[in-house]
Write a protein that binds this ligand. Structure first.
Ligand code: HEM
Length: 484
């Protein structure tokens, strides 16, 4: 093993055969529980780029802030199209490799150059009015999210003044998918079914390929339906933004958007609540001051939900960190590791009231997140309202919280929390059920200026309501929720 270490001087090694390096597996219990320690160990051993193994396949993990930024930004040297992946071309990736099904789908996240730019232009245009609160579509979405947040809180409280809730299964995971349902214009019954499959897909489990298939069928059928019956939704706007896109292509892009929204937003909410409850990263101070957008930014620095990004491949032999990578090697940029790089971490002023916006939680370069406004709005609304209506206490010691085992995202499988409802002066939106009882206040958040306006309540989706009710009926909150 020693002979494969980079030279102490940091001088670049001769071309390294990724396949022949004795690499250690990334996906271990240690990684699930304390990924930051694993990144630091790799950084100390190899420098800003480390060879690792992901379910038996060797991968370059990029840990350095500057190196990640370079890979994300320089599209002329780093490609995303899987056709550049030498190991896949040469048949060295096993057919049953758990991450493979997701790389077999051709959408914007896995495209380059002109093809990517054309799709991205259409997606940006289609998303625009939904992310602009001055537009009717944006205003209406803000109101809908506020209602949905209240609906979920009222549902888990179930008329009681105090109790237990799994904030993953009963709050942070249903919310973004309720939003997807509305944003995409899914017919109600179909929308419920996609919830489960989005989670199966992201977990790269044995049923991921079948889940992807079902998701694509759902999004493609939706695109066909909206082509015949356009409405005021993202699907119809995407079809109109680039009429040259086929229904199948629109279905693929909707699938990509759905996958990009679901787990990132969900984990951003629970990671935010956790940071507040543990008093970490200045999140609690931001909540108390009512600066929710600042809280969310701090959480994204401390705990970026999309921790490791999808693969990139160098087009020619190239030097990165202390290694010379071969053309077509597989490279995974790690946002979480880059945020722990002293180059970035040491430059952050922990005492400043405003945290740095120069982080990588939204990515960088041509694939940088196009849904940032929407994500900020959802996450802020969820966290703000949760702490307005409830006092929360951790249900487990921090070191016993069950983290999900995932290559890409960082979040909890379940998040058991004890709640106590507060008495509120105003009406509860979309809450249909009984009003919560009085309770004491521990954190008193002020309101952001982007407070939602009331609107007519949504009917809760039947499958979601059935599932949530089953959770409420005595299923232990420490269980793993809907899907793992
Ligand atoms: C807190 C929530 C979110 C986080 C942390 C997040 C983060 C990211 C990151 C890091 C990327 C870059 C991926 C890469 O370079 O490989 C990305 C891309 C993307 N995100 Fe988000 N995202 C969030 C929410 C959303 C939402 C709400 C949408 C909905 C519209 C969305 C849509 C997308 C899409 C479509 C891409 C692919 C863009 C492309 O390839 O050009 N994301 N996101």
């Amino acid at each position: 093993m020693e002979s494969h270490l980079p030279p102490a001087s940091g001088a670049t090694r001769a071309a390294s055969q990724l396949e022949s390096l004795p690499v250690e597996p990334l996906m271990t219990r240690d990684f699930d529980a304390r990924p930051a320690l694993v990144y630091e160990r790799l950084r100390a051993r190899y420098g800003p780029v480390a060879p690792v193994e992901v379910f038996g396949v060797p991968v370059w993990l990029v840990l350095g802030f500057r190196e990640v930024l370079d890979v994300l930004r320089d599209e002329s040297r780093w490609k995303k199209d899987v056709r550049h992946w030498r190991g896949l071309r040469d048949g060295r990736v096993p057919e049953d490799w758990p991450l493979l099904p997701a790389y077999r789908v051709n959408h914007m996240l896995l495209q380059d150059d002109q093809q990517h730019a054309a799709t991205r232009t259409a997606v940006d245009a289609a998303l625009k009015p939904f992310q602009d609160p001055r537009q009717p579509q944006g205003r209406s979405l803000v109101s809908a999210v506020a209602r949905q947040v209240d609906e979920l809180i009222t549902f888990f409280a179930d008329g009681g003044s105090t109790g237990w809730v799994d904030l993953c299964a009963q709050f942070s995971r249903p919310l973004p998918l309720m939003v997807v349902n509305r944003l995409f214009g899914f017919p109600v019954e179909q929308g419920d079914e996609i919830f489960m499959d989005a989670w199966r897909m992201m977990d790269s489990g044995p049923d991921a390929a079948a889940a992807i298939e079902r998701l694509l069928t759902a999004t493609t059928e939706l695109a066909a339906h909206k082509q015949a019956h356009p409405g005021e939704d993202l699907t119809s706007r995407l079809l109109a933004a680039d009429p040259s896109m086929t229904v199948d292509q629109v279905g693929l892009e909707l699938y990509a958007i759905l996958v990009a929204i679901a787990d990132t937003t969900s984990h951003s909410i629970t990671n935010g609540v956790l940071e507040v409850l543990t008093g970490n990263s200045g999140a609690r101070a931001s909540l108390t001051a009512g600066i929710i957008s600042e809280l969310v930014n701090r959480v994204h620095i401390a705990s970026p939900p999309w921790s490791n990004l999808t693969f990139r491949y160098p087009v020619s032999d190239t030097v990165l960190g202390n290694f010379r990578l071969a053309a077509g090697d597989v490279v995974m940029p790690s946002i979480a590791a880059a945020h722990g790089d002293p180059v970035f971490a040491d430059a952050i002023n922990q005492d400043s009231a405003m945290s740095s916006r120069a982080h990588l939680a939204w990515g960088a370069g041509p694939h940088q997140c196009p849904g940032r406004g929407l994500a900020d709005m959802m996450v802020s609304a969820a966290i703000r309202r949760l702490f307005e209506r409830c006092d929360l206490e951790l249900g487990l010691p921090v070191d016993q919280l069950p983290w999900r085992s995932s290559t890409y995202v960082r979040g909890m499988r379940s998040f058991p929390v004890k709640f106590r409802m507060r008495e509120l002066p105003g009406p509860v939106l979309g809450a249909g059920g009984p009003r919560p009882a009085a309770a004491s206040a521990t954190v008193a958040p002020a309101r952001d200026d982007d407070q939602a306006t009331p609107a007519e309540p949504d009917q809760p989706r039947p499958a979601l309501r059935r599932f949530m009710a089953s959770l409420r009926r005595g299923v232990p909150v420490i269980g793993e929720g809907m899907v793992h």
